[in-house]
Design a protein around this ligand. Structure first.
Ligand SMILES: [Zn+2]
Length: 42
């Protein structure tokens, strides 16, 4: 497998709660999107 193929196969990061794709530019060490994180804090 070519290295470039490997990188293409990395799936978009998704929220483990709602399955929504998360923005990588948001420095995120969580597996949940902002919406679910804010819900969890309530
Ligand atoms: Zn979510």
């Amino acid at each position: 497998m070519l290295p470039i193929e490997f990188y293409r196969n990395i799936p978009a990061k998704q929220c483990c709660q709602c399955g929504e794709e998360m923005n990588e530019m948001h420095e995120c060490y969580f597996n949940e999107c902002e919406r679910c994180l804010s819900k969890a804090e309530e």
